[in-house]
Design a protein around this ligand. Structure first.
Ligand code: HEC
Length: 165
């Protein structure tokens, strides 16, 4: 299988951005058409989130309400996040691309947010009961929007099924 050219996916995502900038409620007919189109587009595949400015803004609000107190106002993480705290557990790492969050694929990111630290052995709370799947995606879209372009590109390549390219 040839896989998907990540550059193409980025272009598709950018086209999506442009299409979503006039956000004030298209007629239902258009919305359905767009949803169908989006479902068929590679940018809708399970490994990535087609982030519109509206989704990123929503994610930013969720982040500010629920995550900023631990991960920092802009996702910069705790000051000494590379060293275990006095309780022997890891402090909240940065999510803004300066840590290793970008090493995780989308499913892993969703799972850690939904379920918290594996087996409760860390201080990341589980959000599954409090945030919907769509809200979890929005917050991921927000912190991914803060990743430096190079990291974002690397993540796209790692996750689009074209490893080794
Ligand atoms: C009470 C503090 C706290 C809050 C609130 C919190 N986190 Fe965390 N988070 C952590 C800690 C601590 C870790 C490291 C977990 C570990 O080592 O097991 C973590 C890890 C993560 C990771 C994995 C990062 C990586 O690089 O592996 C993600 C993603 C994440 N949090 C997202 C979120 C999101 C999104 C929210 C808000 C919905 C949130 N966190 C709220 C403390 C918190």
């Amino acid at each position: 299988m040839a896989g998907i050219n990540p550059a193409w996916v980025v272009m598709a995502a950018l086209a999506g951005l442009a299409a979503c900038s006039g956000e004030s409620g298209p007629p239902a007919e258009t919305t359905r058409g767009e949803a169908r189109q989006a479902a068929e587009s590679p940018a809708r595949e399970a490994w990535t989130i087609p982030a519109s400015p509206g989704l990123i803004a929503q994610g930013g609000r969720i982040y500010a309400r629920h995550c900023a107190r631990c991960h920092g106002e802009r996702g910069e993480g705790a000051p000494r996040w590379t060293r275990r705290g006095p309780d022997g557990r890891w402090p909240p790492p940065p999510l803004d691309g300066t840590g290793h969050t970008w090493h995780h694929d989308l499913e892993t990111l969703k799972r850690v947010i939904r379920e918290g630290s594996p087996d409760g052995r860390g201080n990341m709370p589980a959000w599954g009961g409090k945030l919907s799947e769509a809200e979890i995606e929005a917050v991921i879209a927000w912190f991914q929007s803060r990743w430096p372009e190079e990291i974002r590109q690397t993540w796209l390549q790692m996750n689009s099924g074209v490893q080794g390219n």
